[in-house]
Design a protein around this ligand. Structure first.
Ligand code: ATP
Ligand code: MG
Length: 422
């Protein structure tokens, strides 16, 4: 076992992490404006929560979970997705008793044992929302609009919204039989995964990426044709609201998504420029899950975004420049070094970013380093400055240089000069 990160995991180094910070800030602002509130749940839960909350016949539960026994022989699982934990917390803390609609969001790592490839990892991150307590089609339209706002604010342009309705449980059981009747004669021609799904989870076959299976599925009966009038009405209302909001979508009758408890609206956002691993956000309504996990009947809808895929797209563009001034402290000689350390601390308390050069090398070398780290201003204290308690302020962009007293530097006057030059 070498000293390497485990297969399917990756380190996010500072140069990449700035993109994550930008993503989080952008998303947080949009969610805040839509009155969504952040929730954090544990990274591991008791295994049955996922078995019941995701469904035993799904890929996630049947082959992708990191499950282990703790020292007291309890079976725990690293969370493979966020919804089950949020719903558990909603029930456990009685959030439903607060009445009304709960709009929640979360961000954090998820774990799935999958074959790693570009945009697919074993530890990855999701940003997700869950809106609990409303069956209103406006909730469906709202979560879709909020997702689109985030994706667009991040600069994604080649976005397609795929929309479908998977109906209610009754619609699906009628459809399931029709699908089985259609697929069974083709059993031998289906890919091995789909053959296995035929008995356990035939709807998932619609999702298969195998070209031969896809060709067979193309002619299969459509779930949309099996919707009850009530389900159809919900679907039509969601579409009409999306049209009101000016949101384009494509109806995708084969979009079923994995979870057993999905009802009505199912959707995905894809970005064409990402190719195969192009789904950046997936979501849907799950009106039975809360009840299934022991809570009161509570209609709900949510989505999750895969952040690694968004970062891949973000990294192709330069970030907006930083807005706070970045000062770089260059000192030489013991007295100067002491003063530099104190002045840096005072400047930080005033809201500047200050990096102190600790190298003790020649002025020229220190100034070069300031340039490399992207500082806007160099503050230079040498022997004579230390004696006079002054500092040389040197703008790295223009080369302009001014001598000023250290006390003066902390004034409001200088604050506006620094912020203007940031
Ligand atoms: P796929 O069919 O691609 O496996 P999924 O249906 O398993 O997707 P969801 O459970 O809906 O995906 O998760 C929502 C989003 O999380 C996906 O659209 C994707 O962007 C991201 N995601 C899912 N699995 C991974 C993974 N292993 N690595 C990175 N991102 C992932
Ligand atoms: Mg998957």
């Amino acid at each position: 076992m070498g000293l390497q990160a485990p297969r399917g995991t990756r380190d996010i180094l500072p140069a990449e992490r700035v993109y994550w910070q930008y993503l989080e800030t952008t998303a947080r602002q949009i969610l805040d404006r839509a009155a969504y509130h952040e929730i954090c749940t544990p990274i591991f839960e008791y295994t049955p929560l996922f078995e019941r909350g995701i469904g035993e016949a799904t890929d996630i539960v049947s082959k992708e979970m990191y499950t282990f026994n703790d020292r007291a022989q309890r079976s725990l699982t690293l969370r493979p997705e966020g919804t089950a934990g949020v719903v558990r917390a909603y029930i456990e803390h009685g959030l439903h008793s607060q009445g009304g609609v709960q709009r929640l969001w979360y961000l954090g790592p998820m774990f799935r044992y999958e074959r790693p490839q570009a945009g697919r990892y074993r530890q990855f991150h999701q940003l997700g929302v869950e809106v609990l307590g409303s069956a209103d089609p406006r909730a469906d339209a709202e979560v879709i609009a909020v997702a689109l706002d985030i994706l667009q604010a991040l600069g994604l342009k080649e976005l397609t919204l795929m929309l479908n309705s998977v109906g209610d449980r009754e619609d699906r059981s009628a459809y399931r039989q029709a699908l089985l009747d259609y697929l069974t004669p083709y059993k031998a021609d289906l890919d091995p995964d789909s053959q296995e799904r035929l008995d356990r989870n035939p709807l998932r076959i619609l999702d298969s990426k195998d070209p031969r299976t896809q060709a067979i599925v193309k002619e299969a009966p459509r779930l949309l044709d099996y919707l009850s009038p009530r389900s159809r009405n919900h679907f039509e209302q969601v579409q009409s609201l999306l049209q009101d909001l000016g949101i384009n979508y494509q109806i995708h009758p084969a979009l079923v998504r994995g979870l057993d408890y999905y009802t009505h609206t199912a959707f995905e956002f894809q970005d064409l420029s990402l190719g195969n691993e192009g789904t950046v956000c997936g979501g849907g309504r799950y009106d039975h899950l809360v009840e299934e996990l022991g809570g009161p009947a509570t209609p709900a809808i949510g989505w999750a975004m895969g952040l690694e895929r968004l970062i891949l797209l973000l990294r192709e563009r330069p970030l907006p420049p930083r807005t706070a001034p970045y000062l770089y402290m260059v000192t030489r000689g013991e007295a100067a070094e002491r003063q530099g350390l104190i002045l840096a601390q005072q400047l930080r308390h005033q809201g500047y970013t200050v990096e102190v050069d600790l190298s003790g090398s020649a002025f020229g070398k220190q100034v070069k380093r300031a340039d490399r780290v992207g500082a806007t201003v160099c503050l230079v204290i040498g022997e004579s400055e230390a004696t006079d308690h002054t500092v040389q302020v040197k703008w790295l962009t223009s080369g302009e240089q001014v001598l000023v007293s250290q006390r003066e530097l902390l004034s409001e006057n200088w604050r506006s000069r620094f912020f203007a030059s940031a």
